[in-house]
Write a new protein. Sequence first.
Length: 522
Amino acid sequence: MTFLTKEKIKSILTQRFEGDIFASLKQLPHPFQLKGMEKAADLITSSIKNNQKILIVGDYDVDGITSCVIMMKFFYLLDYNNVSYVIPNRFNDGYGISKTIVQNNPADIIITVDNGISAFETAQYCKQNNIIFIITDHHTIKDKLPQADVIINPQQKDCLFPQKEICGATIAWYLCNAIKIKSQLQISLAPLLDMVCIATIADMMPLTKINKILVKTGLKKFIDSLSYPNQILKSHLKTKNPTAQDIAFYIAPLINSAGRMGDGNIAASFLLSSNQKEAQELYTKLNNLNKERKFIAQQTLELAQNTSMITHNCVIACGEGWHEGILGIVATNLSQNHCKPAIALSKKGKILKGSARSYGNINLIEVMNKHSDFFIHFGGHTKAVGLEMEEKNLIPLFEALKDFTMPEITETQMDEILGILDPKEIDETLLKILEEFEPYGEGNPQPNFICQNLKITSSKILKSLHQQLEFQTTFYKQKAMLFFCKEFYEKNDHVNINFTLQRDSFNNKPLMILKTIIKCHS
């Protein structure tokens, strides 16, 4: 049996980032490497000089909301007030910018963030009415582009930006930097990276290259922030050492709940708030929406699990009047439970709307492209797609997917389980090695380890759901946590475990977070 050493662990993690040249903000690519960025900055700078009305149009998810917040905070820094923003309502406005939104919010120049790459009608309307239309988006591009004044999207084939998979908030932050350069401003935009960090994690962008340094810096800005919204969010986390995983599991769903359940403006207003009382009131609203979201999602998931159509390739669940805002969550859970891509759909009349989530390395956009005749429209990322289709096409789509060869994303998947670890290696030095390669998440999975035949020396059940354990190692007792237990383990049990390591918020020592635990045969 070969055990991992600290040196081997460091070597494995170092290999993940071979060729990664982005070690600090100073090494990030110049904003003008994004196609169209310099022209957009020129147009916006000119609009500011002429005091023209600027409208920012976002989206109702975390990325779209934080993108709006970044742009608005930037204009506040400039002390430019002739600017406003709109976050479409999922149920009344639908996804992204529309001609109606433009008509209801007159402006001289419109900037989309995290949407717009399919806004053909809106682009035509803006052109006819002499409204400058700038699209900043990161979603997959189809056959043609809208007739906008400028389109900034790294997915364009002739865009030379060194990382294609960046989120809308990153592009918004880069746009602010481009305007700063054109305006010759001496201000730091690094504090805005807290929003970029949250959006990148929430949108499941790979935490490599540019994304890695932006999230790493943004997480530090978030931890050090004294703003009322961030102080409240840190209190919501209930940990002294927030990680990218904490953002993913607690902060992103909280912000997302506003758009999922109705009005994303609640989240945007909260994040923009500079008044302590207002921020606390908006947080309370958000938290209540999040609780409602959890309840409805769990109810719908139970229905979906009982009515799903399952093939070797995918899971499809459809229900009358299911809440559209939680279908992404349902699809994610179905995908994880069945270890295959999943589609969750809500039926209204003869139209089905919903979300699809990938599994493993399967490229959803390619799947949708190969079966595009079945859909009214679809769009998104390789791993998350929104879609709409007629009910009559549901069964034909299901049949077509049965024997379809699922295309894979052309990027290297990294095995999360690094190997077998001798418990005596678990110490402060190992923690520091693991922390050196943070943030962990999509594209940089948190290292998992295996320990075998450990003896439980202490066992404590918490809230009838979780279990705190201690294992006897060579020199000391190692603390561990097992969450949402299917069964509980007793003192003197011998077990094999799969776990990750993190810093304990209470004593700053290594804490095992158990992924799986199996009793050893006596």
